[in-house]
Design a protein around this ligand. Structure first.
Ligand SMILES: Cc1cc2nc3c(=O)[nH]c(=O)nc-3n(C[C@H](O)[C@H](O)[C@H](O)COP(=O)(O)OP(=O)(O)OC[C@H]3O[C@@H](n4cnc5c(N)ncnc54)[C@H](O)[C@@H]3O)c2cc1C
Length: 511
C-alpha cells in the first residue's frame, strides 16, 4: 500500500543528550496529538556533558521551543556571551576578538564600512577594528546589557549575544520542558535496530529499536541522537562517514571545571597552545575549561598538564579525556532516520557551533516535516542544506588554524602549510585582492566574523573597493571617529556583566 501523503504518527528519538532533548523540546512545541514523541536514553551510558558555549541563533531556538530566557539561565547557571577572545593564534603574544555584533554602522555610503576602515588604516587614521564594534568593546570592558531595539540610531540596539551554560543542566532543563509537553521518556539501552523487511514502500526503513529488556519501540520517523555511537544512521543503516581530520587534526580534548576566579567575563577565551588550544567558559557556579589537541603531536598526560597549568582557579574534578573524530555523515537523513548532533557529524568546538548545527538540523526538519511516504527530493534537499552548513563551519574553523603565523611547533607549521578546501581558498584570495568578503548560501557566519578572524590573524588585503575614494578622507575619518566615540559612550553606561547576571538571572547555589 502506498504511504504517499499520509501523515506519519510516531517519532522516536534515540538519545537524551543536548541533541535528543533539543529535538524533543522543539518538536513538542510544534507537533500536537495524534503525533507521538518518544525519547529513549540510557543513564548508564550518559551524555557527553560538554558543550557549554553557543552562538546567537540559540536565542531563536529558545523562542521556537518557547523557553523563557531568565528562567533558562537560572536553571543552567548560564551567563551571557558577546564573542570569543583568541589569544596566541596569529603569533604568540597577540590577541584579537571575534564579537557577535556588526562592525561600524549600517551602510551610510555605498560600500561596506570595512572598506572605509581599511583605507583609513592605511592612512594611519583608524583605530583597531574593535573600536567600531559594540560587542567587542563591551566584552573588553566586562559589561553587558540586553539590546534596546527601540533605540533605532544607537549601537545599543545592535548588541548581539549568546549564552554559556552548564551542558548537563541544559539537557535536564530541556527534558522538563519536553516531558511537560507530552514527550514520553524511556530509560534503558538500545541493543538492536530492526528494519521493515516486507516488500513495499517501507522496505529497508527502520521499523523499531529493541531495548535491552526485549521491548520493541516502533516508529515511523527516527531521530538518531545517540552521539558518537551513531546507532541508527551508521550501525543500522551503514550510511558512511566523510573524514575531515586532514584539515582539522585535533582529535581529543581534556576537560576540567574550575572554581570561578576574577570577574565574570561575558565572553569565551580560546588560548592556542603548542598542539591545540584551550577554552575558558565562565558560568555562574564554575568555569568550564578544556584543552583540544592533536594526539599525533601531544600525549594525554602532557595535554592535561598544560590544561591544569593554565587554569586561573582551583580544579574541581579530575581532568577527563574525550576522543572525537572530525567529519560528517554522508547523509544526515537516510530513509526514515535523521541524525542530529554528534551522530550527524562533529567539528571541533573552536567557534561553539555544535549546538547551533543541532538547532539548524531540527529547524530544517520541521520546515519539511515528512509524511509517511518520505519524499526523496525533500530528503536530498535536507542533506544538501545540512552539508552546506557543516562545510561552511568547517571552512571557518580551518581559517583559524591555517592563518597562524606561529613558528614554535611542527603542529602549527603543518596547519599553515596544509592544502585547504577550494571554497576557503577562494574566499581568502578574494579578501587578499579586494578586501571583499563573500556571504553565501549556507554560510553560518557573516562577513564581520570572517573579517575579524582574517584581520586578527594578520591577513591583509592589497586593496579596498575603489568607491571609498569618492569620499573625502577627512569626512571619512570624522565618520569613523563618530562611530567609535558613540560606541565608547554606550559602553560606559552599560552595567558590569556580573551585576547584570545577579539582577536578571541569578541561579541558586549548587549543592
Ligand atoms: C570536547 C568538546 C567540546 C564541546 N564544546 C561545545 C561547545 O562549546 N559548544 C557547542 O555548541 N558544542 C560543543 N560540543 C558539542 C556538544 O557537546 C554536542 O554537540 C552536544 O552535547 C550534543 O551531543 P549529543 O546529544 O549528540 O550526544 P551525547 O551527549 O553523547 O548524547 C548521546 C545520547 O545517546 C544515548 N545513547 C547512546 N547509546 C545508547 C544506547 N545504546 N541506548 C540508549 N541510549 C543511548 C546516551 O545515553 C545519550 O543520552 C563539544 C563537544 C566536544 C567533544
Amino acid at each position: 500500500m502506498d504511504n504517499w501523503g499520509r501523515p506519519l504518527r510516531k517519532v522516536v528519538i534515540v538519545g537524551g543528550g543536548a541533541a535528543g532533548w533539543m529535538s524533543a523540546a522543539a518538536l513538542s512545541a510544534v507537533l500536537k496529538p495524534p503525533y507521538e514523541i518518544r525519547l529513549v536514553e540510557s543513564d548508564e551510558i550518559g551524555i557527553i556533558g560538554v558543550g557549554e558555549a553557543t552562538i546567537p541563533p540559540i536565542r531563536l531556538f529558545n523562542s521556537l521551543a518557547r523557553i523563557e530566557e531568565a528562567d533558562f539561565l537560572k536553571a543552567t547557571q548560564g551567563t551571557f556571551k558577546l564573542g570569543i577572545e583568541f589569544v596566541n593564534w596569529g603569533r604568540q603574544g597577540e590577541r584579537y576578538f571575534h564579537g557577535f555584533g556588526g562592525i561600524g554602522r549600517e551602510k551610510l555610503w555605498p560600500v561596506d564600512f570595512s572598506h572605509y576602515w581599511l583605507r583609513m588604516r592605511a592612512l594611519g587614521r583608524a583605530l583597531p577594528l574593535d573600536a567600531y564594534a559594540i560587542c567587542n568593546m563591551a566584552a573588553r570592558a566586562g559589561r553587558f546589557m540586553l539590546p534596546r531595539p527601540e533605540m533605532q540610531n544607537s549601537p545599543l540596539n545592535a548588541i548581539n549575544y549568546a549564552y554559556h551554560f552548564d551542558a548537563s543542566l541544559y539537557a535536564q532543563a530541556l527534558r522538563r520542558i519536553g516531558e511537560a509537553r507530552g514527550v514520553r521518556r524511556t530509560e534503558g539501552k538500545v541493543v538492536n535496530a530492526l528494519l521493515h523487511e516486507q516488500p513495499g514502500p517501507r522496505q529497508g526503513q527502520l521499523r523499531a529499536v529493541q531495548m535491552e529488556g526485549g521491548e520493541l519501540i516502533e516508529g515511523d520517523l527516527f531521530l538518531d541522537c545517540s552521539g558518537f555511537q551513531a546507532l541508527l544512521i551508521e550501525k543500522a543503516l551503514a550510511t558512511g562517514h566523510e573524514d575531515w581530520s586532514h584539515w582539522l587534526p585535533c582529535d581529543r580534548a581534556v576537560a576540567v571545571p574550575s572554581e570561578p576566579a576574577g570577574p565574570l567575563l561575558p565572553y569565551t577565551r580560546s588560548t592556542a597552545h603548542r598542539a591545540g588550544w584551550q577554552w575558558r567558559i565562565p558560568l555562574q557556579h564554575r568555569v568550564g575549561n578544556g584543552h583540544v589537541y592533536a594526539s599525533s603531536h601531544v600525549g594525554d598526560d602532557e595535554a592535561a598538564d598544560v590544561l591544569l597549568r593554565h587554569l586561573d582557579g582551583r580544579p574541581l574534578a579530575e581532568p577527563r579525556v574525550i576522543k572525537f573524530r572530525t567529519g560528517i555523515r554522508r547523509q544526515a537523513w537516510n530513509r526514515n532516520v535523521v541524525a542530529i548532533g554528534l551522530a550527524a557529524g562533529f567539528i571541533e568546538p573552536l567557534e561553539s557551533t555544535a549546538l547551533h548545527l543541532i538547532q539548524m538540523g531540527i529547524g530544517d526538519l520541521i520546515e519539511r516535516f515528512p509524511h509517511a511516504g518520505f519524499d526523496a527530493l525533500e530528503i536530498a534537499e535536507y542533506n544538501q542544506r545540512s552539508r552546506a552548513r557543516y562545510e561552511s563551519v568547517r571552512d571557518f574553523i580551518i581559517l583559524h588554524y591555517h592563518l597562524n603565523k606561529r613558528d614554535d611547533s611542527a603542529f602549527w607549521q603543518a596547519c599553515a602549510a596544509m592544502d585547504i578546501p577550494g571554497t576557503l581558498r577562494r574566499r581568502m584570495q578574494l579578501y587578499e585582492s579586494s578586501g571583499r568578503l563573500l556571504y553565501g548560501d549556507g554560510d553560518e557566519f557573516r562577513e564581520p566574523s570572517w573579517l575579524e578572524v582574517m584581520e586578527g590573524q594578520n591577513q591583509r588585503p592589497r586593496a579596498w573597493l575603489p568607491l571609498v575614494e569618492l569620499q573625502d578622507a577627512d569626512d571619512t575619518a570624522a565618520y569613523l571617529k563618530s562611530v567609535s566615540d558613540t560606541i565608547a559612550k554606550c559602553v560606559a553606561v552599560m552595567p558590569e556583566h556580573e551585576a547584570f547576571v545577579r539582577r536578571y538571572c541569578a541561579a541558586a547555589p549548587m549543592d
